[in-house]
Design a protein. Structure first.
Length: 263
């Protein structure tokens, strides 16, 4: 199923250290760390990020297949970025095939950009796989309030982003259902002709767009029926409690960021 290849936006409930951390600390720490992943510029930084990311993945107690699914959906972007950086001008020539010249600088840049993308995706997956959408929405709202964002604006941003993340697996499941329905009607998605592939894509995209709009309308009606009126008068059933382990987590990711920048 197409849904099995989508990890982003899925929450897997387990009893692990990463699941028990305060969502606000996880959101702030992993989001900042994912940004700092694009600052690595040496294999020493890659080693540090690899070790820290692996530790977080082990602490989540999730199977490696969940993280591999998140990487499977971006393989084209990774390969494209690698190839583009591979032909960077400059450096010593490693080998040449006709007009194609591979240098040590190009190979180094290609490896670094690949690791940057992989770390950003894996850290984002750790966050979404170990944090429920509701907790993630409340955490985002609190973090924005820490940076003096108005309460109403913070609530609306967190609500929109959470709904978008939550709908990723839903839309993937809907796309899988539409594809199977089109196959049962004789659609050919393996056509080698470009025009055939375009027709196959259109037969999925148009029904998927209609379904997404219908779901959005149903969601808005359901929110209105339940008296949703924005941030005004809203309370929370579950309150976040900051613990010592959350402080230790923030200190650990701060040390990693400091090491990447200054060492």
């Amino acid at each position: 199923m197409l849904l099995d290849n989508v990890a982003l936006g899925r929450y897997v409930e387990l009893d692990s250290l990463m699941h028990s951390l305060d969502p606000r600390g996880k959101l702030l720490g992993l989001f900042v760390l994912a940004g700092f992943a694009f600052s690595i510029n040496s294999f020493y930084d890659v080693l540090i990020m690899s070790s820290y990311t692996l530790v977080l993945m082990l602490l989540s107690k999730l199977s490696l297949k969940y993280y591999m699914k998140s990487l499977k959906s971006i393989w084209f972007i990774v390969i494209f970025a690698f190839v583009i950086q591979l032909f960077t001008i400059g450096g010593n020539t490693l080998f040449r095939i006709g007009f194609i010249r591979i240098t040590d600088t190009g190979l180094f840049n290609a490896a670094i950009i690949t690791f940057r993308i992989l770390f950003a995706v894996l850290l984002s997956s750790v966050l979404t796989l170990t944090t429920s959408p509701t907790s993630l929405a409340h955490a985002l709202e609190d973090v924005l309030r820490w940076f003096f964002v108005p309460k109403r604006f913070a609530h609306e941003i967190s609500m929109v982003m959470t709904i978008a993340i939550r709908f990723i697996p839903v839309i993937a499941n809907e796309a899988d259902r539409i594809m199977k329905a089109q196959l049962s009607r004789g659609a050919n998605f393996d056509d080698r002709k470009f025009s055939g592939r375009i027709r196959g894509a259109i037969s999925i995209i148009i029904p998927l767009l209609v379904s997404a709009l219908r779901r959005a309308e149903d969601l808005s009606i359901a929110m209105e029926a339940r008296g949703y009126n924005g941030w005004e008068g809203r309370t929370r059933f579950k309150q976040f409690n900051w613990k010592i382990k959350d402080t230790v987590f923030l200190i650990s990711f701060s040390l990693v960021c400091f090491t990447i920048i200054f060492i």
